[in-house]
Design a protein around this ligand. Structure first.
Ligand SMILES: [Ca+2]
Ligand SMILES: [Ca+2]
Length: 381
C-alpha cells in the first residue's frame, strides 16, 4: 500500500494551482504584487512560493521582499503552478490592475483536484475514540476496501462552479442528465437550485447573509448534483472514495484533522469563530475552505462540516456486511444496485449533534429528490 506522503508530493507537484485573474493594460513586462496571495496564506509555517514557478506554462521568477511574480504579459487570466511546493491555500485573485499593483476584488480557493493513487483502506466505524462514543450500527462492520486511482475536488462545488452549468444551458440539455433525473427535473419544472438567491435567511433567529460565488451550492437534489458532474466530465464520488478521502492517513481518523473533537475546527452548529462568515450561532454556510482546520490528511477541505455531500451510492443500512468474506478487500464498492434513498456524507452548518454527525464514518440517507439548504456535493473523476 502506498503512503500518503507520496500522494502529497504528487498532488502538490502536479496540481498545486493558484490563479491570478486581473484586468491589466500596458507594458509587455510588468510586476504583479502577490502580497495578498501571501497574506491570505493561512499557515505562516509554509514557505514562500518556490522559485521559479510556472505562469501560464512559462517559468518566471518569484521575487521575495516583497513577494511578487514577474509576468511577461499584462492581460487576461494567468495560472500559477508551483514547481515543487505548496503555495499555501490555493486562491483565485481577481482585481484591478492600476499599472503598478493589483487591488483584489475577489479571493477564493481554487477548486482543483486532489489525486489519489490506488489505496487499500479500512472503511466504517473503527470502534475506537469518537467512533466508539457515537457510532451507529449501519457504520459496521469495519471492512477493508481497495480503491483504484481517482481524483476528487479539493472543495465542495461552489456557486460559481454551478453558475457555469446554468449558463451553459445545463438545465435544458438532456445529455447531462440521467433518465430518472431528467424525468424528475421536467416533471417538477426545475430550472435552478433551491436557495439560489444570493441573500438568504435560514433560521428563525438568523440574520440575512450573502452567499457569494465561493460559497458551496446548496438546494440541489441528487439528480442536479449528478447532472452537474456529468456536464463537467466527472461524476459524484462513491461512498467509499468519499470516506477514504475524508479520514485515511494510513489509519482511520475520527475526523478529517485527527481523532480529537474541537467544535471550532469546522462549520457546524456549535462553532463560534465563523471564519467564512457569520458569527456565533450563525445559520449559514461559509466560503469553501474557510475553516482551515477542516482539512483531511489528503488535503480535502470541509469534509466534516459546511454542507453535507451527496455521494453516488444508494443507501442500505446493511451494505457494509455484504462484502467479501474471509477478510478480503472489497474492490471499488459502488453501493447497492438500487434503493429509495441516496447516501449523504459529512456534517453541515446546521448539525447540532456536532461531535457525532461530523465524524468521517457517519452516514445519512436522503431522498434523491430532496433539495436541502445544508446539502451540496463535490466532484470526482
Ligand atoms: Ca457554524
Ligand atoms: Ca462538507
Amino acid at each position: 500500500m502506498r503512503k500518503f506522503t507520496a500522494i502529497r508530493r504528487f498532488t502538490f507537484a502536479a496540481c498545486a494551482v493558484a490563479t491570478l485573474s486581473f484586468f491589466a493594460r500596458g507594458e509587455a513586462s510588468t510586476f504583479v504584487s502577490i502580497r495578498d496571495l501571501n497574506r491570505i496564506r493561512a499557515n505562516p509555517a509554509q514557505p514562500v512560493p518556490p522559485s521559479p514557478i510556472k505562469v501560464a506554462g512559462r517559468v518566471v521568477e518569484v521575487l521575495e521582499n516583497p513577494p511578487r511574480v514577474a509576468l511577461s504579459d499584462g492581460s487576461g487570466t494567468i495560472t500559477v503552478l508551483s514547481a515543487d511546493g505548496n503555495l499555501g491555500e490555493f486562491l483565485v485573485l481577481e482585481g484591478d490592475w492600476d499599472g503598478s499593483s493589483l487591488t483584489p476584488t475577489k479571493n477564493e480557493m481554487v477548486n482543483e483536484d486532489v489525486v489519489f493513487p490506488p489505496t487499500l483502506f479500512m472503511m466504517g466505524n473503527s470502534g475506537k475514540g469518537k467512533d466508539a462514543d457515537y457510532g451507529y450500527q449501519h457504520e459496521l462492520p469495519q471492512h477493508p476496501v481497495s480503491l483504484a486511482s481517482f481524483r476528487l475536488s479539493r472543495t465542495e462545488v461552489t456557486r460559481a462552479d454551478y453558475q457555469r452549468f446554468i449558463d451553459a444551458g445545463g438545465y435544458d440539455d438532456f445529455k447531462s442528465w440521467s433518465y430518472e433525473g431528467w424525468l424528475w427535473k421536467t416533471s417538477h419544472n426545475i430550472t435552478k437550485p433551491a436557495y439560489w438567491d444570493s441573500v438568504q435567511i435560514w433560521g428563525l433567529f438568523g440574520d440575512a447573509f450573502e452567499q457569494t460565488d465561493n460559497f458551496p451550492v446548496v438546494g440541489v437534489s441528487y439528480w442536479e448534483a449528478d447532472a452537474y458532474c456529468r456536464w463537467a466530465g466527472g461524476r459524484l464520488p462513491t461512498e467509499a472514495e468519499w470516506e477514504m478521502a475524508a479520514r485515511w492517513s494510513g489509519q482511520p481518523r475520527s475526523y478529517p484533522w485527527g481523532d480529537n473533537w474541537d467544535y471550532e475546527n469546522c462549520n457546524n452548529w456549535c462553532d463560534t469563530a465563523a471564519p467564512g462568515g457569520g458569527g456565533p450561532g450563525a445559520y449559514q454556510t461559509a466560503r469553501v475552505g474557510a475553516y482551515l482546520l477542516d482539512k483531511s490528511y489528503s488535503g480535502c477541505m470541509d469534509m466534516a462540516g459546511n454542507v453535507s455531500e451527496w455521494v453516488s451510492d444508494w443507501y442500505s443500512a446493511t451494505y457494509y456486511s455484504m462484502g467479501p468474506s474471509g477478510g478480503a478487500a472489497w474492490n471499488n464498492p459502488l453501493g447497492p444496485a438500487g434503493g429509495t434513498a441516496k447516501v449523504v456524507r459529512g456534517g453541515n452548518w446546521s448539525d447540532n449533534l456536532c461531535a457525532d454527525t461530523t465524524r468521517s464514518a457517519a452516514r445519512k440517507s436522503l431522498s434523491p429528490d430532496s433539495r436541502a439548504y445544508n446539502v451540496g456535493f463535490r466532484i470526482a473523476h
